[in-house]
Design a protein around this ligand. Sequence first.
Ligand code: GLC
Length: 759
Amino acid sequence: MFGKLLNHTQKGQVVTLHYEKQTVYLHVLTDRIINVFVPFYTKEHRSKAIDGSKEQEVSFTLQEMTPSEGTSGSGYIMLTTPSLSCRIHDDFKLDFYGKDGTLLCADYRGSRSPRFILSESALELIRQEGHDVNMAGSTDYPVQCVKVLDKEDCIYGLGDKTGVLNKRHYEYENWNSDIPDPHEDSFKSLYKSIPFFITLKQKGVYGIFYDNTFKSYFNFGKENDGYYSFGSDSGNLDYYFIGGNTMPDIVAGYTYLTGRMPLPQKWTLGYHQSRWGYDSEETFRDIAGKLKSSRIPCDAIHFDIDYMERYKVFTWDTTRFADAKTLLSDFKKQGIKAVTIIDPGVKVEKDYPMYEEGIAADYYAKTPDGETYVNAVWPGDAVYPDFGNPAVRKWWGEHLRFYTELGVAGVWNDMNEPASFNGPLPDDVVFTDEDRPSSHAEIHNVYGHNMAKATYEGWKNLTGKRPFVITRACYSGSQKYATAWTGDNQSLWTHLRMAIPQQCNLGLSGMPFIGTDIGGFGADTTPELMARWVQVGCFSPLFRNHCAKGCMNQEPWLFGEEVLSIYRRYVELRYSLLPYFYDLCRVCEQTGLPVIRPLVLHYEDDTNVRNMNDEFLVGESLLVAPVVEQGATKRLVYLPKGIWYDYWTHREYQGGQYYIVDAPLDVCPIFVKAGAIIPKAPAQMYTDEISNPELILDVWPGDGSYVHYQDNGEDFAYRDGAYNEYLFENKGSNNLDIRKLHEGYTDYPEIKVNYIPGI
Ligand code: GLC
């Protein structure tokens, strides 16, 4: 690729490699993370995902290995950190090794040989019947990297892609896309672009974060089982090799780089009710009333686009809502928060302040000729705020005052891929990248990310509270600003099934606060599907029932008594587990580990779980094996090594094997790891209905310890020490040791210990 390695120099922790045709930089950031940078496009990184320097002082060595010592017959440079090494060969071939000398990741040396190529004429023939054929193996991109794939390698991550957990043998693209058709396994992209993946080997594991915002491509052995590739249409070849001993180490490394989700407000972990189509004050009051009368605990109702006056953001329709402020304050008295949708598209309309102000200040994207670029979204003709410009982010953030003053508690950013109804935005639409002009081709995948950043920062300035921002489009690092949902799924069993690997992979990709539209957004749900969906959804950090205008309503009380009581049972289960979820968010802020986890994250040596698509862990202690098949009332469950207990019956199971368990419609099989200590809350209709409730500890048989976190659940005082941290140690035979690790907040009035006997 770049010819012979002529020489190298070192400055601090950056090694410059002078190849015949190209200069390449390796930056040792930590003992486990090395950045590989080929400046094809810009001299510096200009990362949107990574804030500030991530360099830690590392002592590493560089050794010139002579041909005789070299494995390939030619010499190479050996870069060694305390945890890994990289052999740097001619032609820009880099091979990464673990501390024990295991080869983890080698650049591919052979020639590309796609497994399946059809001639253009054959493809043309097939396309005549309307088939979308793309098997030609044309995967040679201007910027790319090809690496060896070993027989046992499994690949995880890559954000919100459809399909199965293990991405090996599949290909994907990163181009944030709003596609209303039912999301199929064959979709190459959805709303989010998270160019990070983890390769789990038979021995060893590593991660790669490819920090490039242009349209990018990932072919994980579909082209050829012996190699995988990642590349893009433009930009730099800028990737981070992340080493470690375990998968959690890799997630920690990736989130060290791109940031971790800040602790959310506690109420955001409650239940949210939504629907596109709630369009008047009466409807909203009716929904809130029915939630109460049906005894469904709830913390938030979402206001979709119909609250606005003709879909103009930063307006509230006063014909259908006599007094939004009073409505929201009445909701507040009932413990219900309002979350409003805010889309980026600003209606083109004379005298509409948001439009006029933005035009006057030059805040919207432009055509290459300098005209304001116009496309269309819900309000009709619309312009696109240029969120890559810091001044635009500030302006937008300040305008959020409109919402905070009305009493809105959270913001839902949608359509920020950005979506466009009049065809895609051309690549050359002019946007800003902080301090320089840029193009749609470069900015597209970070448009939603920048919008979420504007919202997060604006909201934080206005309220001082932890902002609750939901975004549909993301790039790596969006977890610092927003939670996300998986967009417009449908009321299909396949989509309920997909929710599991999709959320697991999002979690591995640094996005822990995620959820799916419970019941399905498009199409019409059935009573059974609804009952099964809430059994999965109650474990999603973002727990929201939402559906589309034009589809059957799907509030929980519309499916008969049986479904309502099942629904209530799982919403109540979630409310009882809120302290556990909140602890998991704290863990996430500290380590990057997600809330919902694939089993492989904690049992990576167990080959039974490497392709586990229908079970997941919540933290380390709960294993959920939901029913995701129509009509099923039993299911096969695999329990990894150790002892597990049925959450409902307390029956003991020996792990490392499969069981067939009963799962009638009202039962979602849940298993608790031996020794688990699960903090719980008393029953409430919303998160802080009881101020300072007691803590209930479910202590399961076996030895174990647990760190529990407690604070005001609202602002940033915890960063100044206003929190309590407890260590609970289960020493067996009903003997729980409770110690405070940190004291800085009001104590619980009582800690009730509930020793659960195994059966
Ligand atoms: C998009 C969103 C959906 C929302 C709708 C109307 O389709 O994904 O959640 O309800 O727009 O705003």
